[in-house]
Write a protein that binds this ligand. Sequence first.
Ligand code: 4NP
Length: 155
Amino acid sequence: MKILMVCLGNICRSPVAEGVLKHKANFYGLNIKVDSAGTSGFHNGENPDARSVAHAKTKGIDISNLVSRQFKVRDFDEFDVIYAMDKSNYFDILDLARNENDSKKVRLILNELHPGKNLAVPDPYYGGSDGFENVYNLLDGACDVICKKIIENNL
Ligand code: 4NP
């Protein structure tokens, strides 16, 4: 199973999603590939935002060495499931889909936690520390569901 986490900048939300899912996969003994990307490319080559790094560190997860990159069409070939953090990311990824096989890989990540509600992981970039804690908690819950579905062969 290969999973890609996608947000706008690939410096705040999707690196946390990548770190949390890798951490949980390791805990559950799952052999999966996890990566992350941004729809924008604004922060290509940068490490995650220091606030995301700090919040993940308090939970024992080190994301400091991840490097931002832009989502590319070839990611549809590389990954089985592509998780968008919000609707804007979701539709930006879908705009790049070449066919139905590509588009059916794209999901809103919080629909794993709250099916059918189409909720967003709110962009914490311009806000305070609370936003980063909220992002972490939402992604922690969603990644638990993702791991359980993988274990049940049901993702
Ligand atoms: P992310 O947050 O999409 O969670 O990585 C953002 C990072 C940077 C910007 C916006 C959102 N920006 O506009 O530069």
